[in-house]
Design a protein around this ligand. Sequence first.
Ligand code: MTE
Ligand code: CO
Length: 427
Amino acid sequence: MTETKDKGSPSLSRRSLLKAGLASGVAAGAAGAAGAASAAGDPLITEIQDWNRYLGDGVDAAPYGLPSEFESEVVRRNVPWLTADAVASINFTPLHELDGIITPNGLCFERHHGGVAQIRPQDHRLMINGLVDTPLVFTMEDLKRFPRENHVYFLECAANGGMEWRGSQLNGCQFTHGMVHNVMYTGVKLKTLLEEAGVKTNGKWVLPEGADAAHMTRSIPMEKALDDCLVAWKMNGEALRAEQGYPLRLVVPGWEGNMWVKWLRRLEVGDQPWHHREETSKYTDLLETGKARRFTWVMDPKSVITSPSPQMPVSHGKGPMVISGLAWSGNGRITRVDVSLDGGRNWKTARIDGPSLSKSLHRFYLDIDWDGSEMLIQSRAMDEHGFYQPTKNELRAARGENSIYHNNGIQTWYVQKNGAVENVEVS
Ligand code: MTE
Ligand code: CO
């Protein structure tokens, strides 16, 4: 009878496992500098723990699963002084805690201008009107009978990093870069629905409208509407979260988050843009000359090192270190990410790992051997069209100091000898 099958004498098999564990633990400790704590005398190995001694919860203890109780720090956070109240406000994705490219649904940052609308899907309608042959109204059931598609896209608020425009301010990539999330959407192409209604030849713009109290509206050019926009009802395989526009939202790949209208209830077709609030007094970029750039839709290439970062200091001392981060571009795929350890003097090309999808977050790694000295770490993304991130000074030279939106400047983290990390600027 082998030990693994010997259910009758657990103490015997535990003793043998213990011996084996000790032997290999000591060997590993002696050989590898990066090895964990020495096994000898560690009560976590020599003593039986509660989770070993008692049965755990059975199935269905949590019909909808939640993260481990030991991950309670992994949450969205807001910056209370940023906005007057929580209804027209924003919170931030904890990028420093995540890996890979997908943002879990419960951690996607939220941006609401009039709070979260709670809509029974049976009560939701989507209207198409304006310059169309046949104005239409769809129920959720109707929409689910059109051919559907799945795509992973990042959504970035145009104001992401807005507080950092004039200098470094917030200590953590959650706050400097956390107005971005990346999920797989399921939905029907906007083109399919527009074709169903029949766009008249003078129909050149589309105005999506939200059913929330803010009734968000933005003008979208017809070329984009017919290209890759989706009308989506699922994120990462399950229904949209209420915060993300349940039961229906518009997906405008690569373009600023404000255009991704949530709680989507109407699509009006027109022959010119509407010049509504969100594309005049807001979401425009005031230049040094007093002129404002308008209709700056595309989110330019951008990246950030998520670890180490101010909320994710180095806890392990010198030796092997994994530098990790995210890169994205509204123009398409990321083809290259360079990382500097000395404030932009020298650069090394990082390794992009995981799916490399158009208009999606990309995960990069640089594996280094840290000598324990101070570092000024930066990342610089380049997309498939050769566009790359500017330094903060290059950005300010082009756009002045008045801007809030579209800050894609290179971020610097100062890694100190003791492993603490701070947001600084090297321009
Ligand atoms: N749609 C409606 N109806 N109401 C809103 O307040 N906020 C917009 C956009 N769509 C908004 C909206 C803004 S500014 C952004 S950045 C994104 O939704 C945020 O999407 P999220 O909450 O899923 O992160
Ligand atoms: Co926004």
